[in-house]
Design a binder for this molecule. Structure first.
Ligand SMILES: NC(=O)c1ccc[n+]([C@@H]2O[C@H](COP(=O)([O-])OP(=O)(O)OC[C@H]3O[C@@H](n4cnc5c(N)ncnc54)[C@H](O)[C@@H]3O)[C@@H](O)[C@H]2O)c1
Length: 375
């Protein structure tokens, strides 16, 4: 089986789908890896490192994709810098695996289906215990939560830790994390490591213990107890309860130097938990980093991809947080992909696309000439 790892061509992308360590776990007579020259450079991996684990390095894109059985990517197919179109390069009958954002790429899915490519969208991975080791969203939420705190700290007008210096004692910063899922918990841990005093909130009661175990205090919620699905995910709260929540959060937001928001409900627009008035109630120089920006944002003022300044308060809506830390991000994604490839290959080393399988059935968005994805 020929598994191709192209260089990513999306603007600003520095990750690579498979790190040398992920390839070393799988490379064998049955699984041969072909890596585009320079694919790993921005994630700190040279061509030489890939050669050392048995990968073939190819520079010419046509030669690279030629004969591919599997193409593994971080993002979906794009137009390359030289004008070539990756959809046209992927051979008919091949399996494409990546974060394909199927909700936003209907035309690409149509074209992949027409070419007879089977496309596997990593974002659709069911969040079950079995699938956990193949869950790229959790891996990248970890990166995003960590990076959000670093961005907030860099933009803040204050130190995070308490400092005792000859020029006086400096009190630690107050950081408030809203939403304590994978990204929120990583944000709490990172802010604590930087020495801030951290508070956190989530509507799921189960989050309380996790927040406290990281050394943050939990803001108690007196609203509905029915906030969690059987699978452990948040349910959407009613508009009335959201208002109650905003009132609860307002005083904590007002005294915070940095607020990191991560509140999301799968498949829904992000709840608006911070109004313009609440931003105006914050001290100038304070910062909001809205991780929910790509889903509309948790702050009324958030502009996805922009930083808005209101009364001296910075409202940041970054959309590239998960793409930071490219070496470790690629390492985690590579591990997830190697687990997935192991899962999809049978004892005889053959790739099996079984649409009756819970994982394959959920993630395959094009197959046999048709688009299976329904938004
Ligand atoms: N494969 C798996 O089994 C798997 C994978 C990832 C996460 N999980 C679990 O799923 C849960 C959610 O994690 P996630 O990172 O995917 O979440 P997510 O990214 O979907 O959402 C982030 C957080 O926002 C919270 N939230 C939603 N609405 C809110 C509101 N109005 N106010 C405040 N907070 C709000 C959610 O409860 C969640 O904790 C956690 O318990 C996590 O451990 C399981």
């Amino acid at each position: 089986m020929r598994i191709v790892v192209p260089k990513e061509h999306a603007p600003g992308e520095r990750r690579v789908a498979m790190s040398p360590s992920a390839i070393s776990r799988l490379a064998s007579d049955e699984m041969q890896f072909v890596v585009e020259s320079g694919a790993g450079l921005a994630a700190s991996h040279s061509d030489e490192e890939y050669r050392e684990v048995g990968a073939e390095i190819v520079a010419d894109p046509k030669q690279l994709f030629d004969g591919a059985d599997v193409v593994v990517k971080v993002n979906g197919p794009v137009k390359r810098d030289d004008g070539t179109d990756e959809v046209e390069l992927i051979p008919s009958g091949a399996l494409l695996i990546g974060q394909l954002q199927p909700h936003a790429n209907a035309e690409t899915l149509e074209r992949l289906a027409e070419r007879g490519v089977t496309s596997f969208s990593m974002e659709l991975m069911p969040r079950t215990t079995l699938a956990q080791r193949m869950d790229s969203l959790s891996a990248f939420s970890t990166v995003a939560g960590y990076n959000a705190v670093l961005r907030g700290a860099a933009a803040s007008s204050k130190f995070f830790p308490m400092l005792t210096t000859a020029a006086g004692t400096i009190a630690p910063a107050n950081v408030f994390i809203i939403g304590a899922g994978v990204a929120g918990l990583q944000a709490i841990a990172t802010a604590r490591r930087l020495g801030a005093v951290v508070e956190a909130f989530d509507i799921r009661p189960a989050a309380k213990e996790q927040v406290q175990s990281l050394g943050a205090s939990f803001v108690e919620w007196q609203g509905s107890e029915d906030t969690e699905t059987e699978g452990g995910y948040a349910k959407e709260v009613s508009e009335e309860e959201q208002e109650h929540e905003r009132q609860l959060l307002a005083e904590h937001i007002a005294k915070s130097d940095v607020v990191i928001t991560t509140a999301l409900v799968p498949g829904r627009k992000a709840p608006v938990l911070i109004t313009a008035d609440m931003v105006e109630g914050m001290r100038p120089g304070s910062v909001i980093v809205d991780l929910a920006a790509p889903a509309g944002g948790n702050c009324e003022l958030t502009e996805p991809g922009e930083t808005v300044v209101r009364n001296g308060v910075l409202v940041m809506g970054p959309q590239d947080l998960a793409a930071a830390v490219p070496l470790h991000g690629s390492q985690m994604y590579g591990k997830v992909l190697s687990n997935l490839l192991n899962y999809l290959v049978d004892d005889e080393g053959q790739l099996v696309i079984d649409l009756e399988n819970d994982i394959t059935g959920a993630c395959v968005v094009t197959h046999d000439g048709t688009v299976r994805y329904e938004s």
